[in-house]
Design a protein around this ligand. Structure first.
Ligand code: A2P
Length: 337
């Protein structure tokens, strides 16, 4: 992609939970756009979406959608990405893909701009946006790994329903009303009620007993931190929260580590905010992080059960830093280099 003053940007899945935020963030950050083309399924063609005081007409995605497009942001699921991202690249666009379709491909960079911007090569075709749970975790692991060398991470996630799309947000709202009014609970998105419940099950189960979501966190972390020796063991849990994922991290390092040093390293890392004042009930919360761009870290404390270990609580807006914001930041990397 040639550097330009302004770019033609397509957003695939523009009507979805992440796609709408992609449009909002392109506008908020004043990304230099010449034209923005919102694409979705035939169901949404003809709808309009707001952008910079105008109403943009949603078009149906097809094989000709990418003519004249410089940057295509994809967030319509892996099947759509697998089919249409190569078509967009052939048409001359750089694809920034929020799905899991290409993340582990050897030739596709997997990028968090604060962590590994140099993974983007000179002539990128597809650039992958990592999984939302991975992004907020590696933001915190990066400064710790650089200073103390991480040996092992045990992580439990508390993931909001918006990670499953707008329909899951609607399902939690509806089920909460059904429970409170003593009506039968209807399930569409999850195999069990999500209202007033926690489901230790995100994505499909694999032969090793982990879920696909959990193995994404393992493999993507190693790729982004460029270290195949880091051992990661996740348990991913869906909780009845609308927005923001929370994560409990336990990190074991080669070198001696202290809570004070980790607090300082995190405070200095771009995009991280330390909220760590338990005496005054101050720690990161999903409700406080909703709509925010930063990754919030707190409950930083030394692990009393191992020699070099640290605990952290990490919260971020999964639709923003976990998806749409990270994608727009990648586009900014392309523009600024
Ligand atoms: P649509 O609204 O027309 O169904 P979410 O993750 O919030 O469910 O959003 C998914 C996004 O992916 C929506 O914008 C949705 O469009 C889009 N999408 C789903 N299936 C297709 C398809 N076959 N072609 C193009 N876009 C699709």
């Amino acid at each position: 992609m040639l550097k330009k003053e302004k770019y033609n940007v397509a957003v695939v899945g523009a009507t979805g939970a992440v796609g709408r935020r992609m449009l909002a963030i392109l506008e908020e950050r004043n990304f230099p756009v010449a034209r923005v083309l919102p694409l979705a399924s035939a169901r949404s063609a003809g709808q309009t979406l707001p952008f910079k005081g105008e109403e943009l007409l949603v078009k149906e995605l097809n094989r000709d959608s990418f003519r004249g497009i410089d940057i295509a942001l994809f967030s319509a699921g892996a099947t759509i990405s697998r089919e249409y991202a190569p078509i967009a690249v052939s048409a001359g666009a750089v694809v920034i893909d929020n799905s899991s379709a290409f993340r582990m491909d050897k030739d596709v960079p997997l990028v968090v701009p604060e962590v590994n911007p140099n993974a983007i090569g000179p002539r990128p075709g597809i650039i992958a946006n990592p999984n939302c749970s991975t992004i907020q975790m590696v933001m915190v692991l990066k400064p710790i790994h650089d200073r103390f060398r991480i040996k092992r991470v045990v992580v439990s996630t508390y993931q909001s329903v918006s990670g499953s799309g707008q329909k899951a947000v609607n399902e939690l709202t509806r089920q909460a009303e059904e429970v409170l009014h003593d009506r039968p609970v209807q399930k569409q998105i999850y195999p069990h009620p999500i209202a007033f419940n926690c489901l230790p099950h995100i994505d499909v189960f694999l032969d090793n007993g982990y879920t696909k979501e959990e193995m994404k966190m393992v493999n993507e972390t190693r790729k982004i931190l460029e270290d195949e020796t880091i051992r990661v063991s996740p348990t991913t849990v869906r909780v009845p929260v609308f927005y923001c994922h929370s994560e409990s991290l336990n990190v074991e390092t080669e070198k001696p580590i202290s809570a004070g040093e980790v607090r300082d390293l995190c405070a200095r890392f771009p995009g991280i905010v330390v909220v760590d004042d338990p005496a005054n009930n101050r720690y990161p919360l999903a409700l406080d992080a909703t709509g925010r761009d930063e990754v919030f870290v707190g409950r930083i404390r030394e692990d009393i059960s191992v020699e070099n270990g640290i605990h952290l609580w990490v919260v971020s807006d999964n639709l923003r830093k976990g998806a749409a914001l990270n994608a727009v930041q990648i586009a900014e990397c392309l523009h600024n280099r």
